[in-house]
Write a protein of this length. Structure first.
Ligand code: CA
Length: 480
């Protein structure tokens, strides 16, 4: 993932109407006439024996944190000036994942480089996200039947803990409970706040079979075990000590004017247990290890425990006794978790975040928390919306994927906002990944759909997994 999603775009003078393209991809492309630059974060994983090995090189960490973006941006602007005889009048950043984090770095630390920024599914606190991912995989590992199978490289196969039939049962339950709450049974939960008040996997009773999702006796094909539900609930809640105390990722506590660094869990959503949700990163498949094993888990031994110990098995990280080993200061975190973007906003900068509600990597609640706390610095949501937006995409996985309307263009509305003052509202989106298998009662809904993604309104934090969203007016949504 390192650097692979990052994109920098600098625009000389010309604007074009852009076709819809998948979220998180380079949009628009060179074919649309933009001057575009992209970079690799300062290293190529393919050239390293172990991808996370670059974390052992302090300069490589700085390059990955911010310097590669700085140098690339300056170089791109220089080349534009040389080629066109004049520098760009406007410059824009579009990125997802690491690219989303880098967009936030630009708003906080290089506020005069870009006029507009699109930051998707940002991994803005890598240490916290690494701990969330490690915690999640440990929950699945702990219920995997022994002996745990391993690939030749030692990576574990955890799929037997939660096979696809059980994943589908869980998805059936949450969709049966929540899909229709928004008025349309279509496999998408558009009213997640209402869903979260209603859906409790441990007590859910299927309306068609009148059986519980959680087995009341031995495990059968029509229920999932208490151990499986407990694991899912722990993944939802996020890391805690054995006394139930939440955990803070310490590197985030030294950033300038930093966001709350409590480590978060994953929101229940329609795509939570879809293949692109939790299964892709915490469970894996019969032949592949969970995706997080090479991502957040793989980072722990190289950067998040100090001193680094490449031989450390991240599945043995103890959320009680190992907390004092955590890295307390890393530019990877301190350069992207500041709430202070005043220099960016004072010169008219606009920033749009988006995040998949079923992202199994960086928890969507982290982006919501950042946005909410950032807004508090600017007079609340109303003040923040003079220069920013946050869009939450139901069912969408990390940057794209899942039974979701994951194809949309946020750059065009951003450009219109920066250059014409046209404030963005509901965004038209489409998707083609809808399948009957993700739905409790197969309907005649088409597999390709259009919808709208909505402006975020507010988050109530009585519980870590509660949120509220502004819903777009129905008249603006055209389903097809
Ligand atoms: Ca629905």
């Amino acid at each position: 993932m390192a650097g692979s999603c990052s994109r920098a775009a600098a625009v000389p003078r010309v604007r074009y109407h852009l076709p819809l393209e998948p979220a998180g991809t380079l949009s628009p492309t060179l074919a649309h006439g933009w001057a575009v630059a992209s970079q690799d974060g300062g290293h190529e994983n393919s050239q390293l024996p172990v991808p996370n090995q670059f974390f052992l090189d302090p300069q490589a960490v700085i390059d990955h944190a911010y310097r590669s973006i700085d140098v690339t941006t300056q170089t791109a602007k220089y080349l534009i000036k040389v080629y066109y005889g004049d520098g760009p009048r406007r410059s824009y950043w579009v990125g997802c994942s690491t690219g989303g984090r880098q967009g936030m770095v630009m708003s906080q630390n290089f506020p005069d480089y870009f006029d507009g920024i699109v930051a998707g599914d940002p991994v803005y606190d890598l240490e916290a996200i690494s701990l969330t991912e490690d915690w999640g995989v440990e929950q699945i590992y702990n219920i995997t039947p022994q002996p745990v199978q391993r690939l030749q490289n030692g990576s574990p196969i955890l799929y037997p803990a939660f096979p696809v039939e059980d994943q589908q049962l869980f998805t059936k339950a949450i969709l049966q409970a929540c899909d229709g709450l928004d008025g349309t049974v279509d496999g998408v939960i558009d009213d997640l706040p209402a869903c979260l008040k209603k859906f409790n996997p441990a007590s859910y009773v299927f309306s068609d079979t009148h059986q519980r999702l959680q087995c009341t006796g031995p495990k059968t094909a029509s229920c999932v075990s208490k151990a499986q539900i407990d694991a899912v609930e722990d993944i939802n809640e996020g890391p805690t000590t054995s006394h139930g105390q939440t955990i803070k990722a310490p590197a985030g506590a030294v950033a300038h004017h930093h966001v709350d660094n409590t480590v978060l869990g994953y929101q229940y959503d329609g795509g939570f247990m879809a293949p692109t949700g939790i299964p892709s990163r915490k469970i894996g498949t019969p032949t592949t290890t969970p995706g997080d094993y090479a991502l957040g888990l793989g980072q722990l031994p190289y950067i998040w425990i100090q001193p680094p110990d490449p031989s450390f098995d991240p599945l043995t990280f103890n959320f009680n006794s190992d907390l004092d080993k955590l890295n307390k200061n890393s530019v990877l975190v301190t350069y992207s978790t500041s709430l202070d973007i005043k220099k960016f906003t004072r010169r008219g900068g606009k920033i749009i975040w988006y995040h998949g509600l079923s992202d199994p990597g960086p928890p969507v609640l982290g982006t919501i928390r950042y946005y909410t706390e950032m807004a508090q610095q600017y007079g609340g949501l109303k003040g923040a919306q003079t220069f920013s937006r946050l869009y939450l995409v139901p069912n969408m996985g990390h940057c794209s994927g899942g039974p979701a309307t994951d194809q949309f263009d946020l750059l065009s509305p951003l450009v219109s906002w920066v250059e014409q003052g046209a404030e963005p509202d509901a965004i038209v989106a489409s998707g083609t990944n809808f399948t009957a298998a993700d739905h409790s009662q197969p309907t005649t809904m088409p597999l390709s759909r259009g919808s709208a993604i909505c402006r975020f309104a507010r988050w109530r934090s009585r519980k870590r997994s509660q949120l509220h969203m502004h819903r777009a007016p129905a008249s603006r949504i055209s389903r097809r």
